[in-house]
Design a binder for this molecule. Sequence first.
Ligand SMILES: NC(=O)c1ccc[n+]([C@@H]2O[C@H](COP(=O)([O-])OP(=O)(O)OC[C@H]3O[C@@H](n4cnc5c(N)ncnc54)[C@H](OP(=O)(O)O)[C@@H]3O)[C@@H](O)[C@H]2O)c1
Length: 250
Amino acid sequence: MTRLLILGGTTEASALARAVAEAGIPAVFSYAGRTEAPVGQPLPTRIGGFGGVAGLEAYLRDAAISHVIDATHPFAAQMSRNAVAASKAAGVPLCSLERPAWVAGQGDNWHHAPDIAAAVAILPEAPARVFLAIGKQNLNLFAAKPQHHYLLRLVDPPEGPLPLPDAEAVIARGPFTEPGDRALLSDHRISHIVAKNAGGTGAEAKLQAARALGLPVILIDRPEVPARRVLATVAEVMGWIADHPTRLGE
Ligand SMILES: NC(=O)c1ccc[n+]([C@@H]2O[C@H](COP(=O)([O-])OP(=O)(O)OC[C@H]3O[C@@H](n4cnc5c(N)ncnc54)[C@H](OP(=O)(O)O)[C@@H]3O)[C@@H](O)[C@H]2O)c1
């Protein structure tokens, strides 16, 4: 029997959940539980980690999951690694729904960083005003350059003091627009942008705004994840589900 596990936390995962619900396919939607009020889904939803590879493998068996669709953010690499390993161990087919990475176009002034530490190193020594569009994780790495003013954009208000001496946070949830992000960058007199190469449309506005304003962007490359079937659209995932009716080997 078909019973999907959708690993969520992205706009694309929510779009897939809508398509699956409309098609009447039994499924469970899973959130890590990082935000206080996650977007509601039209599917039964569970929240919280599984307990590593072993925990996820046990969940796949106990919940009789027939397919795993990893629709997590491209930077949620631990979850993606665990999903590949647990699905293999449990004999459950897996695909990922992954938006293509952004590619620089005319007028872009991008500097690629292999990871967050490299992005810190690329920032100038002279004091700058930096839009740090990387979420709430790993902010402390930027404390190595305390001379900068940092503007953060977070989904929830920070629980404690920010780990940076000169920082402020705006609280907002995407999708964002180019005029809105251009106004944000101008109002805060931003000189540099640091972002993850997330891809997709919901978070692209800051790159379009940077292009319009002629601002440099330090773009962090995606982390490595093990080889797996990668699909770019909801329609492709729906086709893949139809082509894989049962657990592997059944
Ligand atoms: N990283 C980003 O930049 C980013 C941006 C936007 C949204 N998100 C979303 O935020 C969530 C967490 O991202 P992350 O970077 O912290 O992940 P991560 O580092 O890859 O995962 C750390 C642990 O969190 C749990 N986890 C992650 N995603 C989960 C899910 N969908 N359902 C259940 N457990 C999950 C797993 O715990 P166990 O080992 O206990 O199973 C995983 O090992 C993901 O759903 C992701 O799509 C992340």
